[in-house]
Design a protein around this ligand. Structure first.
Ligand code: GLN
Length: 244
């Protein structure tokens, strides 16, 4: 797949990057490299300049106090990032980053944190912390219907309007421990509570995002060359349906 290029912006890696969430970038980087797709990666931190024309955005998880900083910064780029969203850029947010893709996150002991509102969702800190392995099902990836990961959050997320769940819970709590939904999706924007990190254990989901980004940039559907995912799928199976 010579000459194909993609640009990815990693939003606030110095603030939102806990539980190995940067592993998601590595997975995208290697899965593109192994297919000859040139993935340009820009680390975007406070004080950097953000330009239009990005194909993929990634934002990781973090503690409430890091989210306070990032929520404030994100408001400066809300218009640009919303335009990118409507230009079908692919977004992947993990946990704290996911929460800031919604309308707001209300922590226990801080003022309401405004998000990007590209996901029609809101999050309120709950009384308990959800910690543990998660197995969930997706119905839009033909070759694999499960995703797995690890959750660690007190935020309870509720979806509204056209924003749909990214997956349905099989094992674990997901968005709020009540409605059996995990994560959220709107257009090409995805948010999930799954740390782990997420994409290395779910190679099919990584490829799904790469295909969406290629479609956005080249307005064409690309079949990605299959890779030997033996190790990735062993990691997937090691978490699948684990209840502890
Ligand atoms: N601080 C948020 C919560 O506790 C997000 C945590 C995280 O990113 N793991 O819900």
């Amino acid at each position: 797949m010579g000459n194909l290029k993609l640009k990815l912006v990693h939003l606030y890696p110095l603030f939102l990057n806990i539980y190995g969430d940067a592993g998601n970038i590595k997975a995208l980087q290697k899965r593109c490299e192994w297919r000859g797709i040139e993935l340009e990666i820009q680390q975007f931190n406070i004080g950097d300049t953000l330009e239009a024309g990005t194909d993929m955005f990634f934002i990781g998880g973090g503690q409430d106090r890091q989210q306070v900083e990032v929520s404030h910064e994100l408001q400066k780029y809300k218009n640009l990032l919303t335009e990118e969203y409507y230009n079908d850029a692919v977004f992947l947010g993990i946990c704290g980053g996911y929460q800031l893709m919604g309308e707001y996150y209300q922590p226990h002991d801080a003022d309401r944190l405004l998000g990007l509102n590209i996901l029609d969702a809101y999050t309120e800190a709950g009384a308990t912390r959800f910690i543990g392995n998660v197995t969930a099902s997706v119905d839009y990836i033909e070759d694999k219907q499960t995703i797995v990961g690890f959750e660690n959050h007190s935020g309870l997320t509720y979806l509204r309007g056209d924003t749909t769940p990214m997956a349905k819970i099989i094992v674990g709590n997901g968005n709020n421990g009540m409605d059996k939904t995990e994560g959220a999706r709107a257009r090409n924007a995805f948010g999930t509570y799954l740390h782990g990190s997420f994409l290395p254990k779910n190679p099919h989901f990584a490829d799904y995002l790469i295909k969406l980004a290629l479609k956005k940039r080249y307005n064409d559907d690309f079949d990605l060359e299959p890779l030997d995912d033996t190790i990735e799928l062993k990691a997937h199976e090691s978490v699948l349906n684990k209840t502890y």
